[in-house]
Design a protein around this ligand. Structure first.
Ligand code: UDX
Ligand code: ADP
Length: 458
């Protein structure tokens, strides 16, 4: 069968996999190939046990796989055959050298650019999907064109705004799709090619076009704004705990102002995920590089409050439990950085676990989807941890439960049964404010929500 276009995506991760599955699902006329250097990952994409958990993803992959969606390790053949190449490799924060702990580590991304240059034998449109520092497209273009032959590369920026756990819904019905390009006739033509792909299912009013630098910067700024809302409400949660105000009531009152809006105002143990911290630190690094110290410090505050919130959570646990956690059994309800994903990158549960182990507590970790990742994240301290899928068994003979992830299943447990199986006094620290605190208190728990007065029996 011949396809109208051949599309390639390099990097079969949380972004590349679902995004390409959606394009293939919506556009049977295109052949979509997803490649990765990791053969295990590709094997998993080709199996019934996909490498990432995302509601609705399996159905979409199954509808298109083998028809017009293919997963492969043959990156070079993929590059040769495709006219449009999405780059969706990981860009973690640098851990070494200049900008360590802040700037993006671009080695995977640069390797990909060189690989594209070496294998391309016809003109290509290159689409940046990974979050990258502003002006990366320019560097990409330089690497691609340095061979001096007459193959032409057009680099576009098309940042991904999907959130894990709701990726399929976000891809199916996005608030907007942003496409940045050079504003030359050739750049505009390449941009139109990409617009046409999305226009198969997204209305044209929602497809925004801009210059390439605005597009790259918009991704960082969108994530910085979202994270800033969470840090703002988390900062207020600390004040609420001192003043008998209730953070959820404050958030409701503030969020009903239509100028503010009610989303991303849930106080929590802290935000996690692969994007927020990384993107803000990227923004901070950029501002510092351009000598904008005040701007850099302003945004860095968002990350600092997030660290403070996680530290505060553990200190509250320590204080509540008579300043000693040694040999106490603490059960973590959830380990993923949010509900409906198995992803644990930057999950606040990692920090909380490590701090509790520093205090010599024994941990029991339960999560419906993230136990494998949790075991990997904590592999150096596993002797302190038991992993248990069943929340009832996990809580048994524990002194405390700490809710780390807002999985719905934790809202519906039989807490009478949980309470009776625990050591007394039994503590419950709700790091997501998802449980019915008064009911838990009546059962006998000592309850410590975020940003609300604790309910204790002593
Ligand atoms: C985010 C952006 O939302 C998305 O647009 C971007 O493409 C990638 O980064 P993601 O990290 O998948 O998506 O999840 P998100 O829903 O934004 O949540 C991030 C973190 O903030 C989670 O740990 C979540 O639990 C936390 N959060 C979210 C809160 O603590 N309170 C809230 O009110 C909302
Ligand atoms: P994201 O959340 O941005 O999608 P992931 O870490 O989930 O990030 O996915 C990135 C993927 O990119 C990984 O599966 C990784 O193996 C792959 N990758 C990294 N470098 C390369 C490369 N040079 N060529 C192909 N794939 C790569």
């Amino acid at each position: 069968m011949s396809f109208k276009r051949n599309i390639l995506c390099i990097g079969a991760g949380y972004v590349g996999g679902p995004t390409m599955a959606m394009i293939a699902h919506k556009c049977p006329q295109y052949k979509v190939t997803v490649v990765d250097i990791n053969p295990d990952r590709i094997a998993a994409w080709n199996s019934d046990d996909l490498p990432i958990y995302e509601p609705g993803l399996t159905e979409i992959v199954q509808s298109a796989r083998g028809r017009n969606l293919f997963f492969s390790t043959n990156i070079e053949a993929g590059i040769r055959e495709s006219e449009i190449i999405f780059v969706s490799v990981n860009t973690p924060t640098k851990t070494f050298g200049a900008g360590a702990g802040m700037a993006s580590d671009l080695q995977y991304w640069e390797k990909t650019a060189r690989q594209i240059r070496q294998n391309a034998c016809s003109d290509k449109i290159i689409v940046e999907k990974s979050t990258l520092p502003v002006k990366t497209a320019q560097a990409m273009k330089r690497i691609l064109t340095c061979k001096g032959d007459d193959i032409r590369f057009h680099v576009l920026s098309n940042p991904e705004f999907l959130a894990e756990g709701t990726a399929i819904r976000d891809l199916e019905d996005p608030d907007r799709v942003l496409i940045g390009s050079n504003e030359t006739p050739e750049g505009m033509k390449a941009r139109e090619t990409l617009v046409e792909i999305y226009a198969n299912w997204v209305s044209r009013e929602k497809i925004l076009t801009s210059n390439i630098w605005s597009s790259e910067l918009s991704k960082l700024v969108a994530n910085a704004f979202l994270a800033q809302r969470i840090s703002s409400i988390n900062a207020i949660s600390a004040l609420c705990e001192k003043t008998d105000a209730e953070v959820s009531e404050v958030a409701r009152a503030v969020g009903m102002d239509s100028r503010v809006g009610n989303r991303f105002l849930n106080a929590s143990v802290g935000f996690g995920g692969s994007c927020f911290k990384k993107d803000i630190l990227n923004l901070v690094y950029l501002c510092r590089r351009y000598d904008l110290k005040e701007v850099a410090d302003y945004w860095e505050g968002v990350v600092k409050i997030n660290e403070y919130q996680k530290e505060r959570f553990v200190l509250n646990m320590l204080n509540a439990m008579f300043n000693s956690l040694a040999n106490k059994r603490i059960c973590l309800f959830g380990f993923a950085f949010k509900a409906d994903t198995g992803d644990t990158r930057e999950s606040p549960a990692i920090f909380v676990s490590r701090q509790l182990i520093e205090e010599r507590a024994k941990l029991v970790i339960t999560d419906p989807k993230a136990l494998e990742n949790a075991a990997f994240d904590l592999k150096d301290v596993v002797e302190w941890i038991t992993f248990e899928e069943d929340p009832y068994r996990a809580a048994m003979e524990c002194d405390a439960i700490a809710v780390m992830t807002e999985w719905n299943l934790y809202k519906d447990l039989d807490y009478e049964k949980v309470f009776h199986s625990m050591n007394k006094p039994a503590f419950l620290f709700d790091g997501r404010n998802i449980l019915d605190h008064k009911a838990l208190f009546q059962i006998g728990f000592n309850v410590f929500p975020i940003g609300k007065p604790p309910l204790t029996h002593f």
